[in-house]
Structure formats: structure tokens, C-alpha cells
Design a protein around this ligand. Structure first.
Ligand code: PMP
Length: 474
């Protein structure tokens, strides 16, 4: 019974494993974009188990492939060959541009980023790593030093995490700013198309052509944001301690930070500055890869950059634990020279068979195209709520990755208090819609449904979300 589940959770599971909602959901079953709880209620899944269920819960083709592989072979470890690993490596490498052809299979996003960090250091022979404020790259001791958002900012005692004494060589580039006044780069959002004194004149009026704007919904260059970001980035690169740059990590769109986008062309210039100093550039595609952003298969492609290392997880296995790091032959060789990297489960037959099936489904069902079409429809539709509700500061994103940032009002741009955001979140759930949360103050709703979502379901989600906002205002 549910009460026993709560008891076990309290007594036997770590208190860091917090759940959404006052009365946490006990989910029993999933089918494509729908989830079902223990009482048979159904929920439209607009968060995909944290941007992970890429092609749909228990997708029949993926399930059938997994079952077949389970009957044949589960595990060998990478010291033995098995066909599903080679088949998968062949398929995945075909989706990446030259010279990104060498694949390391691991089990989670954190592990992938740890490995990428080691590669960057081995190849460059430098030590320092740069990540953004607001970044999320994982929770392992190495990646915790890269992560810098909300509750994930570590407060570990000295010596226990990278942000303290273990890795003092991690620096932060400019803030991936949100709409709220929580950024040292205030002027980024103070452009002519910011809302006026009475909250009117949102930026959507200024740039209504979402589909024409490849990087983001708003032409960020009208805010002169890029120059400010670059100036800050240079400052970071020039600090006396950050002279030996090994690598630079960037999510093509910051996910956990509340779907935060960079100004157009910013990443391109940042990559060039890092390379001038002998560092390598790493795209963390854990959330943005596999067609979620619609216009391209990988998020880095929408910035017109070519990373030296790409890390991926989450959507790669549609919920099955697997992850990968893809790099160039040269970087791969430099790592092999200084360390023998090993993972017991990385490249596991079951994971690889599932990974292959996921790639096939994305192709057969045109899911990248669906992300583009339904994602654009969704952004345009939800953007209208900004004009209707003063507590919506921003609606932004690309493809099926959208953030709705909640504020006290458009004038103050202070984050809506957490208790109020919690209530709206809970109300959506009670009406059958599951959405995610993010942002430095947990003030942003994050939307990232499985890529098989339809426009009709977007309409349903919109009505539920709007009803929850109306309920909140009453
Ligand atoms: N990178 C990004 C961009 C992520 O969003 C996450 C997970 N939220 C990770 C890395 C870490 O992945 P994992 O939880 O699989 O270790």
C-alpha cells in the first residue's frame, strides 16, 4: 500500500532522494507519452522522466528488441566482443560529423562528463576546465565542480567535492541568464523588446518568427548580449589561475537551469577563444541530443560549431541506463596513452540493443521532424500566456525543450516564491499533466515531452496549465 511505500522511502532511502509533490506520485505503468498511477489515474508526461524517455514509455519496438536481447545475452563486459556493441557504434558514429568517430560507452551522463574531462586534460596537457554559471553536468565528484545551479551547488565540507579543495582548477564563464533578476549580467535582458513598465510589449511581438530564428525564440543579438557574454568569458579566460585551459563544457541549451539559451554566435566565439589557448570544446548533449531540438539531431549543430568531444545520455536509451562520449581519433589516442579506462557495464549488450532500437525508431517515426513541428506549435501557443499572465516572465526554448519562467510580476522580475510555483505544479499534476522544474530558484517550469507527442496533446497541456494559472490568480 501507498502508506508503506512512504514509510520505506523515509526509512530506507537516502534523504537526498526528494520527490516532486506533497503527495508523491506512485507510478505503475507507462505507454508512450502517458503514465498511470497506482489508482489508475493517467497523466500526460511532459517531462519524460527528466528529459529521458525520448521515443515513448515502453515503446513496443524498443521493448521487443530488449526482450529478444534478454533471451540471448545480457552481459559480457567490454573485454569480450558482442555484435550489438559494434552495430550500435556503427549506427551512432554515422550520426556524427567527421572527425567525431571514436565512441566510449558508459552508463550515465555524469560518467560521460567525467571521462570527457579526463580526455581534455590528457589531450591538452593542461588542467583547467571552464563551465558556465547555471550549468548542470552531473553529480559525481568531478562533475559537481562543473555543475552550478540552484540546489545542486554543493555545500560539501572542504575536501569532499570539486568546488572545495579537490579540483580548484574549475572556473565559471558568464552566467546563462534567466529572465529573473538573479544575474550579474542584468543588462542582458534590458533590451528594447523587454516588457515595458506596465508589463506590455513582450519580446514575442518583437520577433514573432520562431521558425526563422534558428538558435532561439528571440533574436538575442538585439540585446547586445553576445558582446557582454564574450567580455565576461574573456575575463574568465584571462584570470591568472585560468591560464592553462584543458577544456570548456557547454550544454547547447542549459536544461536544469530552466532552458536557458545563449545569444546567437556566442558559443562559436567562445569555442574559438578556448582553442586559441590550447583547450578543447565539449558539447554536453545529455538533454539536447537525439533530435529533441527539432532543427538538428544535435544541439551543437544549431550553434554552427563542431565540438572536440560530445557527451550524451538520457534520451540515448529511452530510460535504459546508458551513455556515451564521442571524440576524435587523436583525442581518443591521447587518453589511451595515459590511462586504461574501463567500465564493467559500459557497452552492455542489452543497452546497445536498446540504443540501436531507439535510433531506428527516431528515424522510422520521423521524431526529429515531429520535435520541430510540434515544438514550434507548442512554443507559439504557450508564448501567448505571457501576455495574459503577469506572473509569466518568459517562455523560451527550441523544439521539444521549453521553459516557462515564473515571476512575481514583470516589473520586478523577482522569481515567484517557491511555495506558489509548487502549488501550480501540484495543480497541473492533479489535472493530469506532469511538468518539470528548473532554474536557480526552481522558478521555471520545464517542458520536454517524449518526441512522439501530438499537437492535440499540446492543446490538452495548454488548457491544464492555463487552468492552473487561473486557479492560482483567484
Ligand atoms: N549533463 C546534463 C546536461 C544533464 O542534464 C544531466 C542530468 N540532469 C547530466 C549531465 C548528468 O546525467 P546523469 O544524471 O545521467 O549522471
Amino acid at each position: 500500500p501507498y502508506s508503506r511505500v512512504l514509510e520505506i522511502h523515509k526509512e530506507n532511502l537516502s534523504p537526498v532522494q526528494t520527490a516532486y509533490f506533497q503527495k508523491p506520485l506512485l507510478l505503475h505503468q507507462g505507454h508512450m507519452e502517458w503514465l498511470f498511477d497506482s489508482e489508475g489515474n493517467r497523466y500526460l508526461d511532459f517531462f519524460s522522466g527528466i528529459v529521458t524517455v525520448s521515443v515513448g514509455h515502453c515503446h513496443p519496438k524498443v521493448t521487443a528488441v530488449a526482450q529478444k536481447q534478454m533471451d540471448r545475452l545480457w552481459h559480457t563486459s567490454s573485454v569480450f566482443f558482442h555484435p550489438s556493441m559494434h552495430e550500435y557504434a556503427d549506427k551512432l558514429s554515422a550520426l556524427l560529423p567527421e572527425p567525431l568517430k571514436v565512441i566510449f560507452l558508459v552508463n550515465s551522463g555524469s560518467e560521460a562528463n567525467d571521462l570527457a574531462m579526463m580526455m581534455a586534460r590528457a589531450y591538452s596537457n593542461h588542467t583547467d576546465i571552464i563551465s558556465f554559471r547555471g550549468a548542470y553536468h552531473g553529480c559525481s565528484p568531478y562533475t559537481l565542480g562543473l555543475t552550478n545551479v540552484g540546489i545542486y551547488k554543493t555545500q560539501l565540507p572542504s575536501g569532499m567535492g570539486c568546488q572545495s579543495t579537490m579540483c580548484p582548477d574549475i572556473f565559471r564563464g558568464p552566467w546563462g541568464g534567466s529572465y529573473c533578476r538573479d544575474s550579474p549580467v542584468q543588462t542582458v535582458r534590458k533590451c528594447s523588446c523587454s516588457p515595458g513598465p506596465n508589463g506590455q510589449g513582450g519580446r514575442v511581438e518583437c520577433h514573432p518568427h520562431i521558425t526563422d530564428c534558428d538558435l532561439c525564440m528571440f533574436a538575442a543579438d538585439c540585446c547586445q548580449a553576445k558582446e557582454q557574454y564574450i567580455e565576461q568569458f574573456k575575463e574568465t579566460l584571462n584570470t591568472s589561475v585560468a591560464k592553462s585551459i584543458a577544456g570548456f563544457f557547454a550544454e547547447p541549451i542549459q536544461g536544469v537551469n530552466g532552458v536557458v539559451q545563449y545569444p546567437k554566435e556566442f558559443l562559436k566565439e567562445a569555442f574559438a577563444l578556448v582553442r586559441e589557448r590550447g583547450g578543447v570544446c565539449i558539447a554536453d548533449e545529455v538533454q539536447t541530443g537525439f533530435g529533441r531540438l527539432g532543427s538538428h539531431f544535435w544541439g551543437f549543430q544549431s550553434h554552427d560549431v563542431l565540438p572536440d568531444i560530445v557527451t550524451m545520455a538520457k534520451g540515448i536509451g529511452n530510460g535504459f541506463p546508458m551513455a556515451a562520449v564521442v571524440t576524435t581519433p587523436e583525442i581518443a589516442k591521447s587518453l589511451a596513452k595515459c590511462l586504461h579506462h574501463f567500465s564493467t557495464f559500459g557497452g552492455n549488450p542489452l543497452a546497445c540493443a536498446i540504443g540501436s532500437a531507439v535510433l531506428e525508431v527516431i528515424k522510422e517515426e520521423n521524431l526529429q521532424k515531429n520535435s520541430q513541428e510540434v515544438g514550434t506549435y507548442m512554443l507559439l501557443k504557450f508564448a501567448k500566456l505571457r501576455d495574459e499572465f503577469d506572473i509569466i516572465g518568459d517562455v523560451r526554448g527550441k523544439g521539444l525543450m521549453m521553459g516557462i519562467e515564473m515571476v512575481q510580476d514583470k516589473m520586478s522580475r523577482q522569481p515567484l516564491p517557491k511555495t506558489e510555483v509548487n502549488q501550480i505544479h501540484e495543480d497541473c499534476k492533479d489535472m493530469g499533466l506532469l511538468v518539470g522544474r528548473g532554474g536557480n530558484f526552481s522558478q521555471t517550469f520545464r517542458i520536454a515531452p517524449p518526441m512522439c507527442i501530438t499537437k492535440l496533446e499540446v492543446d490538452f497541456a495548454f488548457e491544464v496549465f492555463r487552468a492552473a494559472l487561473i486557479q492560482h490568480m483567484e
